[in-house]
Ligand binder design. Structure first.
Ligand code: SF4
Length: 212
């Protein structure tokens, strides 16, 4: 497979789900449109949150929300982490890790004193333990690189669907483990050979027709 350019967490998730799917989507660049109502809702909430944290007047946008979006927004607007001091929103960051580049777009970074929190809003729910989720790993490393002075760094998933937070406290041991796992998966992607791939008998996805 071709050498990776910039590695994003969604790419790693696809590779973990099925290495052949990654090959079709990113190496062969074949994509199918995906109709996902959650995507539109998520996009609207992210835009609203970003304007709000930048201090823009969002009153007109708020009146245009659907009932579902309204419910998500009410939860987010009153969330204790979302109400901390913002230091960045919708931020694109890159970081070099070994021979790879990691990339990500952070929903928001907020702080309370010297404690810094990376926020990520999820409209589709999150698992109870996100410690070794690709997004957690990449975003913690990106932020750790970006921030100059902080006492503690945490990643907080704000689960708008289930109205709860999942928090991961970053530390030196996790940093080592994250770097190890990320380099390992990037090496696996680079070494992946589609000719040696065995398609499972019972699998099915949008690439089924072209996937031999
Ligand atoms: S059809 Fe199966 S093997 Fe092929 S890309 Fe999809 S999930 Fe992977």
């Amino acid at each position: 497979m071709n050498d990776l350019n910039i590695v994003y967490s969604n790419m790693l998730q696809i590779f973990s789900d099925c290495s052949m799917k990654f090959y079709w989507k990113y190496s062969k660049q074949i994509s199918y449109p995906v109709l996902d109502k959650n995507f539109v809702v998520g996009k609207n909430i992210h835009a609203l949150a970003s304007y709000y944290l930048k201090g823009e007047n969002i009153s007109k946008m708020e009146t245009a929300l659907t009932p579902r979006e309204q419910e998500f927004w009410e939860y987010l607007k009153t969330n204790k982490y979302f109400n901390l001091t913002p230091i960045g929103t919708e931020k694109n960051i890159l970081k070099r890790l070994g021979k790879y580049w990691l990339g990500g777009r952070l929903d928001a970074i907020v702080k309370s004193g010297e404690n810094v929190y990376i926020l990520d809003y999820k409209t589709g729910g999150v698992k109870p333990d996100m410690t070794y989720n690709w997004q957690t790993m990449i975003y913690c490393l990106l932020c750790e690189d970006l921030l100059k002075e902080y006492k503690a760094l945490s990643f907080v998933y704000i689960d708008l669907k289930n109205k709860q937070e999942v928090k991961i406290d970053f530390n030196a041991d996790l940093k080592q483990e994250y770097e190890k796992r990320l380099i390992k998966v990037c090496d696996e992607i680079n070494e992946f050979n589609p000719k040696k791939f065995q398609k499972p008998a019972s699998c099915n996805c949008e690439y089924d027709k072209i996937c031999e």
